[in-house]
Design a protein around this ligand. Structure first.
Ligand code: PMP
Length: 293
């Protein structure tokens, strides 16, 4: 699914076959989750293959490295150029790109003095599918910002995401909603949350979440088409009094919620603000004009 015998990826200053790229069992990243990554999408637009918001993603990658002391030997433009080459070498247009920065053998708990950059890509449908999702309030909270650099995209943080996602699946749901350390709604295992109430959107402030690039894009879209949106802390009980809700993220794009726990949202998705945002987002990534109505 992620690679085959023809896949070419970028690893450590060269383009190599995925089947021939090797790393070590003593890498610090493998033992301690001490690595950072990104997830980007490219789209087949009328003017060719375009990666959506690559500068924002690679600047976040750099920020994530800086947050935990991982040196990164590449600048944003170099990583964008490499990404386009990976797409071209694999004949990919609509694709998901995965840059990963990881650290060489080291069993100590000191920061790394060098790192490896890997960039690969594959075709990937919408991460949470294209049907409305049934969400479960997780028993897992997002990591405490006093214990982790939660605004950085660190590999080890995703153990929290895996536990929450699996708990939801084990209980017959499609996806989890994690709360913050105060018990308020935070975000999904890999996506940000918006709810609709009385014609307005609300999203949790960035304090306890990874504030996504898609979340920022949704806020931009709202400004452009005149939809009111507010960053505000809210509880699960308030979600259960909302009209509709959706998750957003690079991999998931915009995906509507059918329900949370046993509460089904009263507004049909096609009538929701989320549906308008979903169409506007699609137009934006494809570099097409979007008109309301
Ligand atoms: N929250 C978490 C925990 C994530 O992993 C992601 C995916 N990177 C997001 C939110 C959405 O971020 P983005 O829109 O930048 O992909």
């Amino acid at each position: 699914m992620y690679f085959n015998e023809n896949t070419i990826l970028y690893f450590n200053n060269e383009f190599v076959k995925a089947t021939e790229a090797k790393t070590g069992l003593f890498d610090q990243s493998l033992h301690y989750g001490y690595a950072v990554f990104e997830g980007l999408r490219s789209y087949a637009t009328e003017s060719g293959t375009k990666i959506f918001k690559p500068v924002e993603h690679f600047e976040r990658l750099k920020f994530s490295c800086d947050s935990v002391g991982i040196p990164l030997a590449y600048n944003t433009q170099q990583m964008i150029d490499i990404s386009y080459e990976v797409l071209a070498k694999n004949n990919l247009e609509d694709a998901y790109l995965r840059p990963l920065v990881f650290c060489p053998p080291n069993m100590s708990l000191q920061k790394a003095s060098s790192s490896f950059l890997m960039i690969t890509a594959w075709s990937w449908g919408a991460y949470l599918g294209d049907k409305l999702i049934r969400v479960m309030t997780s028993s897992f909270q997002r990591p405490n910002p006093k214990g982790f650099k939660i605004h950085a995209k660190i590999s080890g943080h995703y153990v929290n995401s895996i536990m929450a996602c699996q708990e939801a699946k084990d209980n017959g749901f499609d996806e989890a909603l994690l709360l913050d350390i105060n018990g308020n709604a935070a975000e999904g295992p890999g996506a940000n949350l918006f709810i609709e109430k009385d014609g307005k959107l609300f999203t949790p402030p960035s304090t306890f979440i990874l504030p996504g690039i898609t979340r920022a894009t949704v806020i931009e879209i709202c400004a452009a088409i005149g939809i009111a949106v507010e960053e505000k802390t809210f509880t699960v009980d308030e979600i259960k009094n909302a009209d509709s809700a959706f998750y957003c993220g690079t991999a998931a794009e915009i995906i509507g919620w059918q329900s949370i726990d046993d509460y089904v949202f009263p507004i049909a998705w096609d009538q929701s603000i989320g549906k308008i945002i979903q169409s506007a987002y699609k137009a934006k990534v494809l570099e097409q004009a979007f008109k309301l109505g």
